[in-house]
Design a binder for this molecule. Structure first.
Ligand SMILES: NC(=O)C1=CN([C@@H]2O[C@H](COP(=O)(O)OP(=O)(O)OC[C@H]3O[C@@H](n4cnc5c(N)ncnc54)[C@H](OP(=O)(O)O)[C@@H]3O)[C@@H](O)[C@H]2O)C=CC1
Ligand SMILES: CC1=C(/C=C/C(C)=C/C=C/C(C)=C/C=O)C(C)(C)CCC1
Length: 315
């Protein structure tokens, strides 16, 4: 793959440097991996990027690097045009805490006059059994519920900024998940692979139900899988020290780089080609088919209703 794949210069985010000028983009988990690469590409396209990150120090370090890279690439100095082009802002957001999500949204709603794109990118993969601050199974809590509350609290601002877009990062591994409503917190049994897949299936069902609710608002929402990408996502996977070099070599040869993996996120966030497109699933910047379980409208509605109760936004 490494030797026959497309060159980075052909990929999205390397083209029209003014495409996102005047637009504000919020990316969760923007300090690492795909989120960081997405932030870099959208910055180069002229966007003002808000990095929603749980660890301020890690986020400031990534922001510093991104600013240096932007200057080296000959991009605008942050804010040098007197406006917001190419500007990077760090804000604290821990998706494993509903209190943090609420505080983050309050800050955004107070300080940001507009929000053109929300990218629900942050994620946690196959961690040991853990619960969020509010008692949710960690992968379901962060990957689905935290983003569910975040999106709902920011919907008004997105609607006021329309045409606007929501981009959700899921995974092909959704195929191995199911929404087992009787044990959403995995208190009866915990299987870390199943729970990751369940959370990624929830991302897709959420996208489709939200697209239905947003019809006629000029706010679109689409979901994607990035492929297999060499990032920090595998931090909870224990690979014995002896085989680590082999795994590193294999991942270097066959996994996508974060820049390559971020292309579909950048495409859905910025391309005129997908203007008005909503409720669709993408891979490699192309629409893909979903399994029937990801298109089940009654499961999507039930998941929405239960998620509202779980995060406490039931009106
Ligand atoms: N890499 C891959 O092959 C694939 C990735 N994906 C998806 O891509 C997305 C990005 O992952 P990727 O870049 O690979 O992985 P990384 O681990 O590199 O990045 C994940 C980001 O999510 C953040 N995050 C984790 N937990 C929280 C939390 N509680 N609150 C706020 N932020 C949090 C991390 O913050 P911190 O750095 O502080 O831990 C980090 O910034 C995920 O949704 C993942 O499921 C899907 C398919 C394949
Ligand atoms: C384990 C591991 C790695 C990465 C693993 C990754 C990136 C896993 C991807 C998971 C997927 C495909 C999730 C799908 O949703 C590294 C960092 C290469 C180095 C060595 C150990």
């Amino acid at each position: 793959r490494r030797f026959v794949g497309p060159g980075v210069q052909q990929l999205h985010g390397g083209g029209d440097s003014g495409l996102m000028h005047g637009k504000t983009v919020l990316i969760t988990g923007a300090n690492s991996g795909l989120g960081r690469a997405t932030a870099a590409a959208l910055l180069r396209l002229g966007a003002r990027v808000i990095m929603g990150c749980r660890d301020r120090a890690r986020a400031e370090e990534a922001a510093g690097q991104l600013r240096r890279e932007l200057r080296q690439a000959g991009g605008r100095e942050p804010g040098s045009d007197g406006g917001a082009a190419g500007e990077l802002v760090v804000r604290e957001l821990d998706l494993a805490s509903l209190r943090s999500v609420r505080a983050f949204c309050q800050e955004v709603l107070q300080e940001e006059p507009r929000l053109d794109v929300l990218i629900n990118n942050a994620g946690i993969f196959q961690c040991p059994y853990m619960k969020t601050e509010d008692g949710f199974e960690m992968q379901f809590g962060v990957n689905h519920l935290g983003h569910f509350l975040l999106t709902n609290l920011l919907l008004g601002l997105l609607k006021n900024s329309a045409p606007s877009r929501i981009v959700v990062v899921s995974s092909k591994l959704y195929k191995y998940g199911d929404i087992n409503f009787e044990d959403l917190n995995s208190e009866q049994s915990y299987n870390k692979s199943f729970c990751y897949s369940r959370s990624k299936l929830a991302n897709i069902l959420f996208t489709r139900e939200l697209a239905r609710r947003l019809e006629g608002t000029n706010v679109t929402v689409n979901v994607l899988h990035p492929g297999i990408v060499r990032t920090n996502l595998g931090r909870h996977i224990h690979i014995p020290l002896l085989v680590r070099p082999l795994f590193n070599l294999v991942s270097w040869a066959f996994f996508k780089t974060p820049v390559e993996g971020a292309q579909t996120s950048v495409y859905l966030a910025s391309s005129p080609e997908v203007e008005g497109v909503s409720g669709k699933y993408f891979g490699d910047c192309k629409e893909e088919e979903l399994l029937p379980k990801a298109m089940d409208e009654s499961v999507a509605r039930k998941l929405w209703d239960i998620s509202e109760v779980m995060v406490g936004i039931l009106k």
